[in-house]
Design a binder for this molecule. Structure first.
Ligand SMILES: Nc1nc2c(ncn2[C@@H]2O[C@H](COP(=O)(O)OP(=O)(O)OP(=O)(O)O)[C@@H](O)[C@H]2O)c(=O)[nH]1
Ligand SMILES: [K+]
Ligand SMILES: [Mg+2]
Length: 364
């Protein structure tokens, strides 16, 4: 039996197994098996066709956004509208066959936007250019899932399933579970909260399925078996995703209103240039970039030229942005803003900066 067949067998068995107390161990085990086979499926195959020709676009700018969607939802039209790059758009499917990068300039940041070929059901298993597209999506900071507002919701759940099956977790946090494999001592299991979805026995069963017999496990949240499996397997990407419903010029006001109220969703029309400003605002929020302003001694901060960094960046990251050798000449920095208790406060290289902080660097 091939891996695909095994996966489909297990999926069928999960579907027909009733979810209750008596079956929870069986289901947990099936899920662990499923995750294992999917991982095998993703191991790079040796055939030439799986090479990412035309997909290896250099990362540039302050952040990367990937456009994922079915064919002809308007991805290329969107790229051509928002950036100075033109990507061919047409009414037939699979107009775009490679990865086309463009740049959105917004609030002083350069956001790399990637137009990609449309993907279809079965993409994760290599249908169309699905694998390459998904590989690019994994490298993004935010995914825009573009949907055709005139088509049903099934598109959205199909795409979610494809991304989910290759370890991309959309709008989810990393499960709060401490997990450390050990050389001996068996499995030590603890939790700081009451667990309603997992138990010590289930955790042990799942670990045995992965041939792990010695480990330390601590649940800090009431996590599900799937979340626990994600932690064991590792290699998961937790990514913000914005659902963008395009072509609202084609649907009723009531329908627009309904879609616009969905969580993590924005409605637009590329054709009529509707709501694009709001989409940019949302995208900016989802990127959660940190803008830092610099200040010279005795002068006012320069608010015209922000240094743009990813969330959680340190003073050291700021130094590297200003000059390659600045960190080695660094004595201390003065920081004004929400990251410090006092304004200004003297901080070292490891201090974590927050959005709109002002920094003055003092050299040795
Ligand atoms: N009515 C309407 N049509 C649109 C809108 N945006 C794009 N289109 C049309 O939809 C068709 C497909 O657009 P593309 O930009 O090529 O779509 P794509 O998602 O890049 O398609 P592939 O590259 O084939 O995956 C084109 O005929 C566009 O003119 C819109 O907001 N409203
Ligand atoms: K198209
Ligand atoms: Mg296209």
């Amino acid at each position: 039996m091939g891996i695909l067949e095994k996966i489909s067998e297990i999926e069928k068995e999960i579907a027909r197994t009733q979810k209750n107390k008596a079956t929870e161990y069986h289901l947990g085990l099936l899920k662990a098996k499923l995750a294992k086979y999917r991982a095998q499926l993703l191991e790079p195959s040796k055939s030439a066709s799986s090479k990412g020709e035309g997909f290896d676009v250099m990362k540039s700018g302050d952040a990367r956004v990937a456009l994922i969607g079915f064919p002809s939802v308007g991805k290329s039209t969107f790229l051509s509208l928002m950036t100075s790059t033109a990507s061919e758009a047409a009414s037939y499917e699979f107009t775009t066959l490679t990865c086309i990068p463009g740049v959105i300039e917004y609030k002083g940041a350069n956001i790399q936007l990637l137009d990609l070929p449309g993907i279809i059901e079965g993409a994760a298993q290599g249908k169309g250019r699905g694998r390459q597209v998904i590989a690019v999506a994994r490298t993004a900071d935010v995914v825009i899932m573009m949907l055709d507002a005139t088509k049903g919701e099934v598109q959205r759940s199909l795409l979610e399933k494809e991304l989910e099956s290759v370890g991309i977790r959309l709008n989810k946090h990393k499960p709060n579970i401490y997990f450390k494999p050990k050389k001996g001592g068996g499995i030590s299991f603890n939790s700081t909260v009451t667990l309603t979805q997992c138990s010590e026995k289930l955790v042990q069963l799942i670990l045995h399925e992965y041939k792990i017999f010695n480990a330390e496990v601590l649940f800090r949240d009431d996590c599900s078996p799937d979340e626990f499996i994600d932690v064991i397997v590792g290699n998961r990407v937790y990514m913000p995703c914005l659902y963008v419903y395009n072509k609202i010029d084609q649907i009723s006001m009531e329908e627009v209103d309904r879609l616009a109220r969905k969580p993590n969703s924005v409605v637009i029309s590329c054709g009529m240039k509707l709501n694009l400003d709001y989409l940019l605002e949302m995208l900016w929020e989802y990127l959660a970039l940190t803008c830092i302003y610099t200040k010279k001694r005795g002068q006012r901060p320069d608010f015209t030229d922000a240094i743009i960094l990813r969330k959680g960046a340190s003073v050291e990251h700021v130094c590297h942005r200003i000059h390659r050798s600045l960190a080695s000449q660094f004595k201390y920095a003065l920081v004004w803003g929400t990251s410090t208790k006092y304004s200004p406060q003297r901080v070292g290289l490891t201090h974590t900066m927050e959005h709109e902080d002002v920094i003055q660097i003092v050299k040795k």
